[in-house]
Every structure is written in structure tokens, then in C-alpha cells.
Design a protein around this ligand. Sequence first.
Ligand code: C2E
Ligand code: MG
Ligand code: MG
Length: 755
Amino acid sequence: MRPVDPPAAMKPHRLTLRTRLALSFAGAGLLVVALLLVGHRVVREAALQQEEALTAQVRPLARINRLQSQISRIRVLEVELPRLTDLFAVANQLELLEAERRAFDRELSEFTGELREQQPAAAAVLDERWRRYQAELEGLRRHVKAMDLAAAQRLATFESAERFKAVSHTLKQLAEGTESQAAAALAQARGQQGRQLVLFLAMSAFGLVALALWTGLLARSVSGRISRLRDAAARVAEGQGEQPVPVSGNDELADLGLAFNTMQAKVAAREKALRAAHDELDARVAQRTQELHSANEQLLREIDERRRAEQRLAHQAQYDSLTDLPNRMLAMDRLSQAMLAAQRGGHHVVLIFLDLDDFKKVNDTLGHPAGDALLVQAAARLRHAVRAGDTVARHGGDEFLVILGGLTAPEDAEVIAEKILRAFAPPFSVGENEVVVSPSLGLAVYPDDGDEGSLLLRNADLAMYDAKDSGRNTFRYFNQQVHDSSVQRLAIEHSLRSAASRDEFELVYQPLVAAAGGQVVGAEALLRWRSAEHGYVLPDHFISVAEHTGLIVDIGDWVLRTACEQLRAWHDAGWSGLHMAVNVSPRQFRGDRLLRSVRECLAVHRFAPGGLQVEVTEGLLIRNQPEVHDMLAALSGLGVRLAMDDFGTGYSSLSYLKRFPFDAIKIDRGFVRDVASDPDDRALVIAAIRMGKGLGLSVVAEGVETEQQRAFLAEQGCDVLQGFLFGAPLPADAFAQRWLGSTVRTAPLSARTPA
Ligand code: C2E
Ligand code: MG
Ligand code: MG
């Protein structure tokens, strides 16, 4: 790029644009002035020439004409003179003639004087001929004066005529010569004028062309450079200006070009710097964007993961993981909302507390995975049984809650409850097994049974217990009686906790009689609770509470030890063949305490292990857990007899009997009761006896109250009978007195009931 030149003013040869323009205008002005002057001169000279030519020719011509007319007048006077008759007239005429002649002579001498310079011959001729004519005139005048008119007339008519004609002819010839000369001079002047005009026009054209060329060149130089600057400026504006503008000349435009180049160079440098800065910025922005992008993605992943974790947590916090039903907490929340809505709309809300009957047996028998599968299916059945807007929730274990909102009357819930019962009628497929599990439903109504969720829940729970008490697979509304019995139940639970420490338990013994001979072969120890608050309480009213609270473990241990001690006493009294049946709760199968106690009893009391018969209900077997099997095997290994109690009420299964080392089955008194009247029961009892016998087991029948029953059972091959027909359970003393005679000492019962 061309560096900025020093200021143009410093340059000696600087010709500025302004100067050039001024020169252009001055040149144009000068040209115009010159042209005008030259033109004017040409025109004037031409005019002068013409005028000169004209003047030079016309003046002599006019003089010739004047001379012609003068001499014509002389001739007329001459010719008329002889004809005059009056002397006065002749004298007058002669005077006139003389005056004319003198005038003509004077005129002619002037004329010939001038003519002599140019045409001396012609002037001489004219002078000569005029002299001759004068001579004639003189003659005439003499004749007239002499009054020789005839001679005068003859002279005038004939002789002077020739002289006159000679003069006139010469004048005529001169006039003609002058005319042609004048025409030639005029033509020459015109030719001269034309030439000068052509010269003028040529000069003008040349001047104008030169001016036009100069102006054009100037304009071209200016506009070309301005265009280049404009294009360069446009390129700079478009950001393409890189090449410097070619700078020519030494004027303002050159300055402008230099300044422009400098500016462009600076702009380019700045632009370059800017572009570099911009590129760097771009790179930084791109890098930062990338960083932000990855940070954002990372953040999104973390927000996302956290959200999922939160959702998971929230879901876990509110939903049951097994059935995916709302859990108790969410159910209580929904219950509150339903109650609020019902309060506004004047409706009822019914809370159903549902518990699966004997679900424990499924868990115990088929294992927990099977129990879980059943719970999932039960949840699905429940959901299908209710409307979409109703809430089905898992309360825990085998307990479910159903919230029915917007009911106009509490009775409307009956339809739903029945629908739920029907939904549970078909067996559940759990693995390879088909299991029938019925539900017990307790219904509590808002606002009648409570205006708080927890209260409604408790009351629905109590109503559910009532349904259980009422035979299960049914529903019950909460009512005052339910309330009272629950209060009673709670009271029992409360008292039961201190019953042991207050020594309120005691055992009664019921005889087991040989079906064949009728002799007492054993006794079943049955627990009684002589409660300070509740009086004499039978097992059906407190065993379940004791099992529920876990108190049964200590109580059962006490029962075992007491019964074994009693058996020792009776053996010691001489009835060594007697065996003792002790009921053991499934809860006692957890841990090894039962086994340890049995060992201790056997060790301490040293009776034959077969003297002790442990009775377990079918429910225990259903548990099907290794510990149950191990415990039964261990007990059997000790030589203790094992009896399956209440046979027929649970999941009586042949496989159980084969799998576990049982020695006896006890047919439930429910079958025995109607054995005489109900063919089905009879068939069942017969089948049970046959089966037991077939497996080599001792078969015991419970609840024998009539002779008819006894006879039938004995006939069917039952081994042992138990029932009021033989005797109700009695305290040890009474039992001994009644069955063993007064000689038999009862156990001191010194052993305290468990703490
Ligand atoms: P269980 O083991 O089947 O005992 C027989 C039950 O039948 C006893 O009721 C007995 O009084 C009753 N019974 C006997 N003969 C007849 C009869 O001819 N007709 C009628 N209707 N009933 C008869 P109890 O003593 O009320 O015991 C009920 C249940 O309580 C027992 O049934 C047993 O399962 C449980 N139980 C009793 N004592 C204990 C105990 O110490 N531990 C455990 N875990 N459970 C016990
Ligand atoms: Mg029993
Ligand atoms: Mg029984």
C-alpha cells in the first residue's frame, strides 16, 4: 500500500484540481473571447472589403452616370437650341448649355483625374473625345449667335451627334468596365470573406474541440478516480477492501486517494485485529458453549437422575413396592381428601378394612414368594372390583384398604363389599397350586363412625375382626357391639400381659379314652385363665390374643413344664401308662426354646418320651419352613409323640402326614358333632380314620358327646376318643380324683407361671 505522501502544497509541481478547473474555465472564456474578437474582425473586414469594393466601383459608376446624364442634358440643349425661335429663349438656352458644359467639364476633369491613375488610356480617350465635342458645341454656339440657325441645326443634328455619341459611348464603356470590375471586386471580397469565415470556423472548432478534449480529459480523470474511490469505498463497506486505490495525479483527488488508502489500511488493520479478536471470541464462545453444553448435559443428567431418584423415593414413600398400590400413608391422605369432599357435598365415605383369611397359612405352606404372588393377585382383583375413582391401598401384610367416596348412603358400600367377596371366590393360582383365600371386610362410615382418618381406620379394623369372628369371608359394618367387643379384646390383651405374673393361669385336664376298651389312656392339658378382671376365661377368648402379642411363648412354656410335672406326678402315683397331650402354638416353633424345654422336662421328669404328645394345628404345617420340619423332626427324634390337632379344618394334606413324623391325628370335633346326622361328615370322618390308619397313625376323635358318636367312631376303628361323653376338662385334683382315684397325688403346682 502506498504510504501517505507529504501534503500536496509542499510539492513544487502541484496542479490542484481547483487550479485545473479554474484554468479550464479561463481557457474556455479566453477561447470564447478570442473567437468573438476574431469573428468580429472577420465580419468587419469582410464588410469593409465589400464596402471598399462597392465604394471603389459604385462611386465612379455614379459619377459616370451623372456625367452620362449631364452630357445627355447638354445634347438635349444642343438639339433644342437651333429650333428656338425666340432670341431670348436662345440666349437663355445658350446660358444653360454653357452652364451644363462647364459643370460637365468640371465633373469630367475630376473623374478623369482619378481615372488617369488606373486607366490612363481611357482617361485620355475620354478627355480627347470631350474636347472634340466641346469644339462642336463651340461651333454651334457661334452659329446660334450668328443666328445661323440652319448651320446650327445641321451641326446639331448631324455633325456634333458623332462627338456626343463618342463621349457617351466612352462613358458607357467605362461604366460597363467599372460594373464588371465592381462585380469582380465584390466576388473577390466575398471569396475573401468566405475564406476568413472558414478560417474562423476552423479556429472555433479547433478551440472548442481542444476545450472539449481538455474538459473531457479532466472530467474523465476526475470521474475515473472518483469512481475508483467509490468502488473502493463500496468494497471497504462490504469488508473486501484490501487492495489500495491506484493514486495518480497531484491534486485533491490524489490526496483523497492517499487519505483513503491510509484509511483503508487502518480499517483493514482494525478489521484484521477485529476479525482476530472476533475469531478468538468465537473460539472462546465455542469452547465456553461446549463447556456449558457438557455442564448442562451433566446437570441435566444429574437433575434427571435426582428427579428419578426423588420420584422413586416419592413413589416408594407413597406406594407399596409389592403390589404398587398406595401405601397406608397415601391411603390416609386420600381418605382425608375424600372426607373433605364428602363434607362439602354432604356425602358419605366408606372405608373398608380387608384382611385375607388364613393368608398366613398360604405363606406358611407355600412360602413367602407364593404369598407375595397371591397378594399381587389379590390387589389386582380388588382394583377391578371397585370404581376407578376409588382408592385401593395396601395397609400392610395381608391387609388392604378400600376408600369409597361420594356415597349417598352407607348401605351403597354393601354392593361393593359383596362384589369384592365374589371377586375372591375363584381360587388363586400360585405357582402350581390353586389356593382359595377369602377376605374379611370391616366397613367404617364417615361421618357416622368417625370424623378422623385414624378413627375410621381403627373402627374399620374392628369391624373386620367382627367379620372374622362371624365366620370370615364376609363383611361387617362397624357398630357399637363391635366397638364393645374390641374394647373387651383390648382389655383382655392388657390383662393378659400381667396374668402370668399374677399367677392367673391354670391347667385343666381332659381324659383321652381308648375307643376299644374305654379306659383312660391319657390326658390333654388345656389352659384356663382365672382373670381378676374378666373372670374364668376359656382359651378361645385369649389364645389368639396371646399369640398375637407373643405372650403365648412364655405361657406355652409354662403349660409344657406344668403338664410334664403333672404327668410325672401321675406316673409317680402309679399310672405310668398315662400320656399327656400338650397344645403348642406355632409361635413356639420359632427358636429352640420349645426343644430345650422338652429336653429339660424329659431330663428332669424322666418319663418315657412317648408319654408326652405335642399337638400342633394344621396351620403350623402349612408353614412348610425348614425350622418347622427340623423342630418336628427333633421332637420326634427325642421320642415325643406328635399329633395333628383339629384335623380337617385346615389344609389337610396327605403329603403333610407323610412328610412329617406324626404319630396321631385328632379329627376335629366339628366333624364329629354331626357324624350321626350328616352323611358328608360321616364320610369325611370315615375317610380320615382310614387315611390315618393307612399311614399307621393313631386316630383320635375330639368332641365325642354322645353314645351314638362313640359307637360309630369305635366301629370305624378310631383309636382314642375325647369328649364330654367321657368327661369335661378338670383341674388336676379333680381329674385325679375322677379318673385315677384318691390315691393318685396331684402335682404340687409349685412351679410358678412364667414371668
Ligand atoms: P383343642 O386342642 O382341640 O382342645 C379340645 C377342645 O375341645 C377344648 O376346648 C375342650 O374343652 C373342647 N372339648 C372337649 N370335649 C368336647 C366336647 O365333647 N364338646 C365340645 N363342644 N367341646 C369339647 P378348650 O379347652 O376351650 O380349648 C380350646 C382350644 O384352645 C384347644 O383346642 C387348643 O387348640 C387351644 N388350647 C387350649 N389350651 C392350650 C394351650 O395350653 N396352648 C395352646 N397353644 N392352645 C391351647
Ligand atoms: Mg388339642
Ligand atoms: Mg382340637
